[in-house]
Design a protein around this ligand. Structure first.
Ligand code: AMP
Length: 297
């Protein structure tokens, strides 16, 4: 059993041990905030932890688990960066309380068996490109929520569809957890931070900037309506034919139909070499008249 010290990012590998700690914390009527990650932590992940620490009296539990059930057979499960030691150092530096880093056998002692079905929201965008991904993601998030006895769970808008699906699961399965979304953290040049950025060569990283540039171009045309937003983003992507775009879609904020007078989301997924990257941005058409004039978002 690890000796727990608040703020010291104490590492737990056993499900029973993290469950024991968090159950005891809940008995004191104090919140437990779960921050699920796959590790290889960067400033985007750390911003979620910082947000978690703002909840008064909270025990902040960061899970680090490269979840096999959310990877397809031809995806990067084996290659995914695993940097537990430096991750724990980063978490200790910002005062996370506990780190739950189980082995795959600890989470799936019987292999993948009972799974959560995402429903139609899981079939579009990422779900269409990565069959089974969201069933694996929701299953592990549910298990982590149960084991951590969390009152709150924080997810990045970077994985926007994931955030909505977790919110939907909490509603549909009557889970007593408050799901909190957190803004995307970017490099100064606009690239959204991602553990998979580590796969990019210098030239590929330059090319990767096209994704955020396309979204920015789209957002800049919000004043001209949905078609102009999509066309502007599309033009930026098409100027770089070596980028294999999986999808570029404008959808309503809940990922349904576009709301021509309200909040929407412009989402992109693309492959640069063998690295698949995601990004998205909010597009608000507001209630004002469409003037034909571009406006910065
Ligand atoms: P991952 O380790 O990629 O599974 O991500 C763990 C959590 O961190 C998810 O909720 C992600 O949405 C979030 N996250 C990843 N990258 C960023 C980012 N650049 N900004 C904000 N949150 C992020």
């Amino acid at each position: 059993m690890s000796t727990f010290q608040p703020g010291q990012a104490t590492v737990f590998h056993a499900a029973s041990e993290i469950a024991q700690l968090t159950r005891a914390w809940r008995k004191l009527a104090r919140p437990v905030v779960l921050v699920p990650t796959m590790g290889a932590l960067h400033a985007g992940h750390l911003s979620l932890v910082t947000q978690a620490k703002r909840i008064p009296g909270a025990l902040v539990v960061v899970s680090i688990f490269v979840n096999p059930t959310q990877f397809g057979p031809s995806e990067d499960l084996a290659a995914y960066p695993r940097t537990l030691e430096t991750d724990v150092e980063k978490l200790r530096a910002i005062g996370a309380d506990a780190v739950f880093a189980p082995a795959a056998e600890e989470m799936y002692p019987h292999g993948p068996r009972t799974m959560i079905t995402p429903g139609p929201l899981g079939d579009i965008l990422e779900g269409a490109s990565r069959p089974g991904h969201f069933a694996g993601m929701l299953t592990i998030v549910h298990k982590l929520m149960q084991l951590s006895h969390c009152t709150h769970a924080i997810f990045g808008e970077k994985d926007y569809q994931q955030l909505l699906l977790v919110q939907q699961m909490v509603t549909d399965l009557n889970l007593d957890v408050q799901v909190i979304g957190s803004a995307i953290v970017r490099e100064t040049d606009g690239l959204a931070l991602s553990s998979r950025n580590a796969y990019l060569s210098t030239e590929q990283r330059e090319l990767a900037l096209t994704l955020s540039a396309a979204l920015t171009a789209g957002a800049y045309h919000a004043g001209q309506g949905p078609e102009a937003v999509l066309a502007a983003a599309q033009a930026v992507l098409e100027a770089q034919p070596s980028i294999a775009v999986d999808y570029l879609e404008l959808r309503g904020a809940q990922l349904g139909d576009v709301d021509p007078r309200g909040a929407n989301r412009l989402l992109v997924a693309a492959r640069i070499g063998s690295t698949r990257l995601l990004d998205n941005v909010g597009i608000d058409f507001g209630s004002e008249e469409v003037t034909g004039q571009p406006r910065p978002s």
